[in-house]
Design a protein around this ligand. Structure first.
Ligand code: AHM
Ligand code: MG
Length: 340
């Protein structure tokens, strides 16, 4: 019997929920526990950041051509270290590394590849603003070592088996789903005992939102569909909650977490500078899409469901619209009108 008692420790929650599935091997549970440990370690590093001279740029540029913050590199190492034992994860694809990190010691038995954005919104670090981490777990088809990055991408399951994020705000939270039977569960870190405790069981996105989140400074860089969508969000229609207010933090995780709990829509359309969008499919858009869908929301590239976008490359980008079903279907109709 599963328990959804507020205050239940993450480990106990995972173990008791796994017991519901006959034949479960415990491997996914062990992997979630490794992810939980990574979140605790990153939370600790962030809480000490201002004191330890680890804020600021590392002097390196990552695979996306973005300036790497020192804490980006630390968070990346923490995730890799979390998977280094346990024979679960033979490869990790991370925003910070051009090629996957291969863990040969896990090749024989490891069934999962993890896609991770170790520190999302890291440009907020210098101002003590919100940041997060995003993860996605996919099963590997076939056994043995990967022969190349293309081999890895061809062999990961099209469906995610688990996805979620950490949000590092006034409290550290873990929000994750293992799919339909599991719902979306939110845990809050109690730093005194170093444990994630169940605080938000079975999260559902409100049907009606009040806010939208987008970098509207780019509005003239967007195509007609999102430009018309934002005008619609700003137009008055009291029964449907319009005009919406704006909340944009510059950290995808913080903004989507607000949308999950309060309703509304986050979007980052294609721009002239980034015609495929800015955000990455495998470790930003797809995991958040799985969480939002499982919570009763939706996520779209503008023309198709994010979870149906074909997987081609580790670091591929996509436009992203994510939030309530009403907002996403309105956006899609504006995009269709633009192309009609
Ligand atoms: P990052 O993973 O390098 O931090 O980039 C992703 C971030 C998102 O967290 C955020 O929503 C967006 O990029 C902000 O971009 P912009 O500064 O263009 O609004
Ligand atoms: Mg990111």
């Amino acid at each position: 019997m599963s328990t959804k008692t507020i205050g239940t420790r993450l480990h106990r929650f995972i173990a008791e929920n796994e017991a519901q599935y006959p034949g479960a091997t415990g491997e996914l549970s062990a992997l979630l526990a490794q992810i939980g440990l990574a979140g605790k370690r990153i939370s600790r590093a962030l809480s000490q950041a201002g004191l330890m001279d680890i804020l600021g740029a590392s002097g390196e540029t990552n695979v996306q051509g973005e300036t790497q913050q020192k804490l980006d590199a630390i968070a990346n190492d923490i995730f890799l270290d979390a998977f280094a034992y346990g024979q679960l994860v033979p490869a990790v694809v991370t925003e910070e590394m051009e090629l996957a990190a291969y863990l040969p010691e896990n090749e024989v038995n490891g069934k999962y590849v993890v896609f991770v954005d170790p520190l999302d919104g890291s440009s907020n670090l210098d101002v003590n603003g919100g940041v997060g981490s995003i993860f996605s777990v996919r099963r590997i088809d076939g056994g043995g070592a990967f022969t190349s990055e293309d081999d890895l991408i061809a062999r990961v399951s099209r469906q995610q088996v688990a996805a979620g994020y950490f949000v590092f705000g006034p409290s550290t939270m873990l929000v994750y789903t293992c799919g339909t039977a599991s719902g979306v569960q939110g845990f809050t870190l109690d730093p005194g005992i170093g444990e994630f405790l169940l605080s938000h069981p079975d999260i559902r996105i409100p049907a009606q939102g009040l806010y939208y989140a987008a970098n509207e400074g780019n509005v003239n860089e967007w195509e007609a569909g999102p430009r018309e969508f934002v005008k619609w969000l700003q137009s008055r229609n009291t029964p449907s909650g319009r005009p919406y207010g704006t909340r944009y933090s510059g950290a995808l995780v913080s903004d989507v977490h607000r949308i999950l709990l309060k309703g509304g829509v986050y979007f980052y359309p294609a721009t002239h500078k980034a015609p495929d969008g800015k955000l990455r499919l495998l470790y930003e858009a797809a995991p958040l899409a799985m969480v939002l869908e499982e919570a009763g929301g939706a996520a779209s590239s503008g023309t198709q469901r994010i979870l149906d976008v074909p997987i081609l490359r580790s670091h591929q980008r996509t436009p992203l619209y994510i939030g309530g079903t009403a907002e996403i279907s309105a956006l899609e109709s504006f995009v269709r009108a633009q192309t009609a």
